[in-house]
Design a protein around this ligand. Structure first.
Ligand code: UDP
Ligand code: MG
Length: 395
């Protein structure tokens, strides 16, 4: 499905670094630990106060040069949850892009400046989602000057979720940042996101508090965010912000497919990760145009159903269908019983709409219970898929 420009799987080359402490990784998720093969040691320094049960994902104090644009005054250090021993990147930036030739050079410049200020080893994963403009050549040009720039090029446009998913499987940074390529997200927000991760979160989403998009987008989006928050129980305001920071475990655990990129926080939350949010600066689109039209809304709604169903009722479909099915059936039986009694007492059934209603409820109820049972049978035969997410294993 995808083609890699070159072999990019080695860790990013070492750059001159300010002195910093490496964090070993002792946390294991579901066995996907990246391919460094190095022994990871545990250190118990600077453990996060809020979350001391993460199996030793300790803090890495990264010396910053100047304060980043978004950092609070006096904040010269950025707390980063580091894990990787040796020369692996501390931060991998994953950028899905589709026909964004106008923005790429400026985006790279801003990213390099922001990450340079943080003084962390980093790399960039640009996922060219089948661009038909000059994006790929622009990226190759950038890569000539900086080998930390990795490019994955799809054969055709597969969508933002596919691009993110590929980026997630390649990125090896202890922290993975995702952002859009259209310059609407501000790379200067990265230190603040990483800092928030250090407070004990596994995923920190940007919140486009002041959104620089047309009203036709912002109003429905506000509605969607409210509904998603209410249904999923995650108290954040903006689910679909392109700018997010993840601990590595999250990107190696959640599966983003279809158009589920809108609901990564829900997927992560259902897998047991802690999801947080900070307001970020949002900018208007300067080059190119948006890739998501009006279809985003009804697709978004259907995807929400998919996410909630597959995450919450995946293990026990009968709990959803059976519950409502039984209620319908019991209602129908009660109505039918009552009408039967009345019939014995002499009132005719033929002209009573309730009679049809009762029958309908019984049939619908039986169907729902049957669908639930079928779902259970399918679930039982799909044991290979993961139903849980392991935080750590102590041997
Ligand atoms: N994108 C992508 N594949 C697609 C559509 C979009 O990789 O099929 C990228 C796009 O290039 C941008 C990001 O996803 O970097 C967000 O897209 P866009 O800015 O159009 O979304 P909006 O800001 O309008 O929600
Ligand atoms: Mg955009």
């Amino acid at each position: 499905m995808q083609e890699q420009d070159e072999q990019h799987n080695e860790p990013a080359p070492r750059e001159p670094q300010p002195p910093q402490q490496q964090q070993p990784q002792s946390q294991q998720s579901d066995g996907q630990q990246g391919g460094t093969g190095r022994r990871r040691r545990r250190r118990n320094r600077q453990r996060r106060p809020q979350d001391n049960s993460t199996g030793g994902v300790e803090e890495l104090a990264v010396e910053g040069g100047e304060s980043p644009a978004t950092a609070r005054p006096g904040q010269a250090r950025t707390e980063l949850q580091g894990r990787q021993q040796g020369g692996g990147p501390q931060i991998s930036v994953v950028i899905p892009l589709y026909n964004e030739e106008g923005s790429l050079r400026e985006l790279y410049r801003e990213l390099k400046a922001a990450l340079g200020r943080m003084g962390v080893r980093h790399d960039y994963w640009f996922i060219d989602d089948g661009s038909t403009d000059d994006s790929f050549n622009v990226l190759k040009d950038i890569r000539r000057t900086d080998p930390r720039v990795k490019i994955i090029r799809f054969r055709r446009n597969f969508g933002k979720s596919a691009a993110l998913s590929t980026g997630f499987s390649h990125a090896q940074g202890a922290v993975v940042i995702t952002m859009d390529a259209d310059l609407q997200d501000d790379p200067a927000e990265i230190p603040a996101l990483v800092k928030k991760l250090g407070e004990g979160y596994d995923l920190v989403s940007g919140w486009k508090k002041v959104r620089k998009d047309p009203l036709s987008k912002t109003i429905p989006s506000r509605f969607f965010n409210r509904v998603t928050s209410a249904l999923s129980g995650i108290r954040i305001h903006d689910f679909n912000c392109g700018l997010k920071a993840y601990r590595r475990d999250v990107v190696k655990t959640v599966r983003v497919y279809g158009e589920l990129h809108r609901y990564v926080p829900v997927l992560a939350h259902e897998a047991g990760f802690r999801v947080g949010e900070i307001p970020v600066r949002h900018r208007p689109r300067r080059f190119g145009k948006t890739k998501f039209g009006i279809t985003r809304f009804w697709k978004g709604f259907l995807d929400l159903l998919t996410v909630l169903f597959t995450t919450r009722y995946f293990r026990n479909p009968l709990h959803l269908f059976g519950f409502w099915g039984l209620i319908a059936m019991l209602g129908g039986i009660a109505i039918a019983g009552w009408l039967t009694v009345e019939w014995f007492l002499g009132s005719p059934l033929g002209n009573r709409p309730l009679f049809l209603g009762g029958i309908l409820l019984i049939i619908v109820g039986i169907q729902m219970v049957s669908i639930g049972l079928l779902g259970e049978m399918i679930t039982k035969t799909r044991q290979e898929s993961e139903e849980y997410s392991i935080r750590e294993v102590l041997r």
